[in-house]
Design a protein around this ligand. Sequence first.
Ligand SMILES: [Zn+2]
Length: 312
Amino acid sequence: MSEEEAVDAFVALRYAETEGEPFCPHCQCSAVYQSNRNVKNRKTGKVVKKLRIFKCASCLRQFSPTSQTIFASRKLEYRDILLAIALWTNGAKGTSALEMTRHLGVQYKTAFVLFHKLREAMGAQVHAERLEGEIEMDGAYFGGYVKPSTRKAGRRDRRKLSNQSGKRKCITVMRERNGRTRPFVCSELEGANLAPQIIKPGSILYADEAKSYDRLHALFDIKRIDHSKSYAEGDISTNHAESFHSRVRRAEQGVYHHISDKTQAYGDEMAWRENNRRLSNGEQFLALASAGLHHPVSRQWKGYWQRRKEAA
Ligand SMILES: [Zn+2]
């Protein structure tokens, strides 16, 4: 794919609502001029970057296909962004930023920030709607790996709370059976308190025997499964919720390794993957690229490393 074709693809996705006709992100006006500007190397005069710039006929402001989207102020070529999204959606457990640096030939920091921007867009989609129907709830712990001491004398019982790392985080998930998944980094008790905001009244809940869920009996029709006795009694189980946890577990152990600083972001990524797992590769690619192009500029991730440099 040439850079030119990649820009066309971006334009088609960004302005899908108007069938690829660009409109001004500042005043929504659809009368726009197009101009292509080439960025040349000052010494050699060689064209290093082709830009597609639009100018609004009514407010006269300039914009590009990535203006006011998650990809704003991009430094990567359009082609590389599309390639990164395509490769990233292909990994069921995700792909590490380090691996992507080798695929694209870019810096680790570049891939790291691009992925986090995409995770932010994924999270916005995942958390856009309240859940309804049959919903399973469960919590599990991730992150904060404690390395066992080499010498036997130094080893601690890692099952004990006092010997665990403070970085260990609980993800409480609410998952519709055959539907949407919403993860939250909070204890099961906090999750139970959150449930009325997340789940529509009239839904049927499934949870295990943990005391935290007792309070939900007053609000929902809730069915409990006692895990000390069995994992399923008829249709009562939390197996869908646990299958989400196992996806996060596999991503943590197999790909990302250290997720505790940004557990919510990684949880959202895995929820998005879980929700879209039945789509083909091509559909997942389009869904993610489009999510990024319809998500506003990231306050957290735009200029992340520049800010980090100033702070240091
Ligand atoms: Zn305008």
